[in-house]
Design a protein around this ligand. Structure first.
Ligand SMILES: [Zn+2]
Length: 314
């Protein structure tokens, strides 16, 4: 870890705990928007963890996990190292109940960002420029999308041993490797050789206590394994590692009924759901294309042809 711990001109010395406000831009109303970050430094040198939530502003469970970890003082009195905790990065999305910033751009498709780019690029730039260089590893807390539920899962970058190791320490029920999306935080972190794990749990705009608990437990497990907290935590009991996944899409439009929830093992050929026309005349059954596990599924009652129904891991 670097001796010099400077964020936006503020030096944070070992043993200090501070809350910083990083200015982003103003709202059209003139109100200034700041990203609030909590920095905790132990007197003992050690790893620096970035716990980040709300890259997507409507992904409430991710925000709640980091918020609750701050509230419940997970990061106070660290045994060693430092923590940067940012519960809510995309304040614009949060106040607009949206994943994106107001122009529709996705912060997590705008990395590394730029100082004079779009609003999303500016938000991304703050992380890339001011926060990422200080961190040794990152846990990026997300939630499923609109109408899409994700069973608690930790995703790491395919072929990146250090991020796989971090995901295993985290120990979510499902651990999944995939390629990072271009211009995502994960891609930029991977290129900077900083292990990053994306946690996903629940559905946007909906508290999911089950996912929040898994997120908090994973965070604590990582901190214990890295010697940042004194608590000793056993590795997660039930972890299924998957290296591939596929999306099952609606073969027809209609009213969708899901017969098998996320988190379940599936066998090729078994019925997972059905699509009915609204007149009570036609029904199409959806069958499992292979053996695997349901990582996530749509909660939309009405679907169009091609809509994602199930995310299957194997
Ligand atoms: Zn997200």
């Amino acid at each position: 870890m670097s001796k010099h711990f400077v964020i936006n001109g503020t030096t944070i010395i070992p043993g200090q705990e501070v809350t910083l406000r990083l200015p982003v831009a103003s709202l059209p109303s003139g109100n200034r928007i700041y990203i609030k970050g909590h920095i905790y430094r132990s007197l003992n040198p050690g790893p620096v963890m970035l716990a980040l939530g709300g890259v997507h502003g409507d992904e409430i469970n991710g925000i709640e996990i980091v918020r609750r970890a701050v509230e419940e003082e997970y990061f106070k009195n660290l045994q060693q190292g430092s923590v940067i905790a940012i519960p809510l990065l995309n304040i614009y999305g949060f106040i607009n109940y949206s994943r994106d910033v107001p122009d529709g751009k996705d912060v997590n498709r705008s990395f590394p960002g730029s100082l004079d780019g779009s609003l999303a690029a500016r938000v991304a730039f703050i992380v890339t420029k001011k926060i990422l260089p200080l961190a040794d590893f990152i846990i990026d807390f997300h939630t499923g999308g609109r109408n899409h539920y994700n069973y608690p899962q930790a995703r790491f970058t395919k072929g990146d041993k250090a991020s796989e190791e971090l995901a295993r320490l985290f120990g979510a029920p499902y651990i999944l490797s995939n390629a990072p999306i271009s211009h995502s935080l994960r891609k930029v972190a991977h290129e900077a050789l900083k292990p990053l794990v994306v946690f996903e749990g629940g559905e946007n705009q909906r508290y999911d206590g089950f996912s929040i608990e898994h997120g908090l437990k994973g965070l604590k497990r990582v901190m214990a394994a890295k010697g940042m907290i004194a608590e000793e935590l056993a590795p997660a009991r039930k972890v299924t590692v998957m290296r591939r996944s596929l999306w099952m899409r609606a073969p027809w439009s209609g009213m969708f009924r899901c017969h098998k929830p996320a988190g379940q093992r599936i066998v090729e050929g078994e019925p997972l759901g059905s699509i009915n026309d609204p007149f009570g005349t036609e029904r199409i059954r959806i069958y499992a294309p292979r053996n695997g596990h349901i990582l996530g599924h749509t909660n939309a009652p009405v679907v169009n042809q091609g809509d994602a129904l199930f995310h299957i891991g194997y």
